[in-house]
Design a protein around this ligand. Structure first.
Ligand code: NAD
Length: 420
């Protein structure tokens, strides 16, 4: 069962406020606007699993399909201790706008399990993933809803999901998930896709602003799939990574951090803390330290009304989903800070997931260089479309990106009509 808090969360408030403002700007039909405020369907499941000590643990899982007007739904699966139905619904809504903005033939979805994955053994994680998959099995499929990794999940999680689904079908179904290991139909370049997409978006932003990305001082919150890869690629491009953090805290060195050595330190110790030559810093402090580009790439609602006026960066590249609250958005806009919004900035992941899905359906796989150049093309085109719309409308990039994404979904509703 769900409790009252399941229907309210900062992220859901952010997503609804963004939709309402966009609907007003677009003068959206009342009926379409109302339909977009609600998910098409949401499933809450109990996941009983055998724990290593012989007891039975029961976890709560969610899968939300926001809408499928443009195609099967697509969205990640998150394992986090505080995830709830409201957060998953908000993230599913963002996926709808993101897929539409990137011109992908998908609707939006998201999944979550309320669990701290670091507290489970590998066997318990496998039990959890397989039982969760079994519980939502009627909800997923290669032409129905296609999960992918998100916070707390990875390629191995997707392999277990794909295997569980395939076993129930009596055949191998690679297209049911994306972000799989290469050996079972994953795509070259998928792991790096979101971080790489951020780099392409930043290049375009710098170009439009008449800046050079090389030599810029960059701080990254979150050192996982998104933040870790973005930090490594930007460091290789000659940027100065002055700060990074993970769930346990952050590190800072205003002269720059050697990301290759930091990766070895993280592999050996399990976190960024204690990396030689750096000062310890909290996750909150990291956001407001002097730097030129800030990449929040961990959790949502970290840039808020109470810290937005202290942010020093002139560009905020949203690797995470919904890291900025609507109140903070106004403050950043008024201060002239360029925010590359989540649905554009971190869309590289779903774009390469789309490539993986297409390859899986055709059983024909592309080279990594092909993936990378197609990703660059899609990201660059989307960025320039958003920039042009923002210039034309006299708005910030988030407003323009949402206008484009919401407009496309609304158009789909319009032409399909209301059943029955
Ligand atoms: P991940 O699990 O690989 O890494 C998450 C990182 O954030 C880790 O370093 C973790 O220690 C840190 N972290 C967790 N909780 C934190 C907290 N409260 N404060 C500070 N740091 C914290 O996850 P990921 O896939 O890199 O996802 C990060 C963000 O990017 C999420 O918001 C996710 O929705 C978004 N995103 C991910 C993808 C993708 O392809 N993986 C695509 C688009 C958006």
């Amino acid at each position: 069962m769900t409790d009252k808090s399941d229907f309210d969360s900062p992220m859901l408030r952010t997503a609804l406020a963004q939709l309402d403002q966009t609907a007003e700007r677009l003068q959206l039909d009342q009926g379409v606007h109302e339909r977009l405020r609600h998910p098409r369907r949401a499933l809450v499941v109990s996941i009983p699993i055998q724990m290593d000590n012989g007891t039975t643990g029961v976890f709560t899982g969610y899968r939300v399909h926001h809408n499928s007007v443009l195609g099967p739904t697509k969205g990640g699966l998150r394992y986090a201790p505080d995830v709830d139905l409201a957060e998953v619904s908000a993230l599913a809504m963002l996926m709808s706008w993101k897929c539409a903005l990137m011109n992908l033939p998908y609707g939006g979805a998201k999944g979550g399990v309320r669990v701290d994955p670091r507290k489970l053994s590998r066997q318990e994680l496998e039990n959890l993933t397989r039982r969760y998959t079994a519980e939502i099995i009627l909800f997923i499929g290669p032409d129905l809803d296609i999960p992918a990794p998100d916070m707390g999940t990875d390629e191995q999680t997707m392999a277990w999901m794909m295997d569980t689904y395939s076993m129930t079908q009596g055949r191998t179904v690679p297209g049911v998930v994306t972000g799989k290991p290469l050996i079972i139909g994953g795509s070259a370049g998928r792991r790096e896709a979101t971080g790489r997409g951020i780099v392409y978006a930043l290049y375009q932003a710098a170009r439009h602003l008449g800046q050079d990305l090389k030599g810029r001082k960059i701080a990254v919150q979150g050192f996982g799939n998104v933040g870790g890869v973005a930090a490594r690629l930007l460091w290789r491009e000659g940027c100065v990574i002055v700060g990074v953090s993970d769930v346990k805290g952050g590190i800072w060195n205003s002269h720059g951090i050697d990301i290759r050595q930091l990766e070895a330190h993280v592999a050996a110790t399990g976190g960024v803390a204690g990396f030689p030559g750096t000062e310890p810093i909290s996750n909150d402090e990291l956001l407001t330290q002097p730097c030129e580009v800030l990449i929040p790439a961990a959790v949502g609602s970290v840039i808020r009304a109470d810290n937005a006026d202290r942010i020093k960066a002139t560009i905020v590249a949203e690797g995470a989903n919904a890291p900025t609250t609507p109140e903070a958005d106004v403050i950043l806009r008024d201060r002239g800070i360029t925010v590359i919004p989540d649905i554009l900035c971190n869309a590289g992941g779903v774009v390469v997931s789309y490539f993986e899905w297409v390859q899986g359906l055709q059983y024909y796989f592309w080279r990594e260089s092909e993936i990378t150049s197609r990703l660059q093309e899609v990201m660059t085109r989307a960025f320039n479309r958003v920039w042009a719309l923002a210039t034309k409308e006299g708005t910030d990039l988030r407003t323009a990106a949402l206008m484009e994404g919401v407009r496309r979904v609304a158009e789909g509703y319009k032409v399909r009509g209301l059943y029955p």
